[in-house]
Design a binder for this molecule. Sequence first.
Ligand SMILES: Nc1ncnc2c1ncn2[C@@H]1O[C@H](COP(=O)(O)OP(=O)(O)OP(=O)(O)O)[C@@H](O)[C@H]1O
Length: 304
Amino acid sequence: MTMSCLATDQAESLRRLAGRAKTEVPDQLQVREGLRVISVTSGKGGVGKTSVVVNLAASLAAKGQRVLIVDCNPGIGDICLRLGKDAPFRMGQVLSGDIDLKETVVELGGGVSVLPAGMEMQQYSALSPWERSALMQAMLRLQNDYDCFLIDTGSGMAANLTGFAAIAREIMLVVTPEPTSITDAYALIKMLSGRDSSFRFRLLINMCRDNQEGDTLFSKLAAITGRFLQVQFDHAGTILHDELLVESVRRRGALCRLFPDAKASTGFKNLAHKINAERSAGAGAMPVASVASSTMWRNHELSS
Ligand SMILES: Nc1ncnc2c1ncn2[C@@H]1O[C@H](COP(=O)(O)OP(=O)(O)OP(=O)(O)O)[C@@H](O)[C@H]1O
């Protein structure tokens, strides 16, 4: 099969994915009212994004929420590997039309599922804007089955532009007290807020000695961003450094399930409680105007 045939087949399967006629331009991405879409990201790698996603998902599910983790780590998907689950299909098979996106969803049990949505950057950049948008729309067709999408993005600026974070309403930025993590987080906030001032940033400070360290770090970063940037910025919480988290990774499980009384589990439970309370109060939802302008940016971003 020639390259052009492959490209045509892929485009055709994406049209099917989006459920649209050939000539139709994809709609604006529509996230249904009440669905929480949180993109968990970081300026630098290794700060604990995947740990946060896995444990926040488990804690939200323990509160009765149906959570879909969208795992955008490149390749086959870090989360399934980490939790000792098989991800039988790859995103490439969806793109080539061999299987439906829904078939790739892996059930983790207890109200948590994973969509192993990672692709190599090369594969992603080969998609046209239309195809990227169709892929996002196909993902959003799963939204009625869940209360919350938690998107585990790759780290760094390039990864945030892959478009998988494009449907998120909230950006949860994971930082650690390490100086490079803080400077990279600031750079990421600056870049993203420059593109869309309506983004809501929530800072989750991981691997702290104690809560005081988290509060101090948040105050410093809030002071700098407040001085130089116009952003919505708040403190999501602090997660303590906890050797049991490393042990939970070794045992291929969520810390909150394996060690519910661990000190880091308390941080994740507090975070889930906060998110759940906002959901009940409707505080997590963005004003309609902000959502509309974000959506415009996001669709624009998908085409860049
Ligand atoms: N609160 C914590 N206490 C102790 N260790 C932690 C904590 N959070 C994460 N870790 C450890 O740090 C390492 C990196 O965590 P994780 O894989 O979640 O980071 P990541 O940001 O997703 O990494 P990557 O950028 O490579 O995807 C893991 O070994 C994990 O066990």
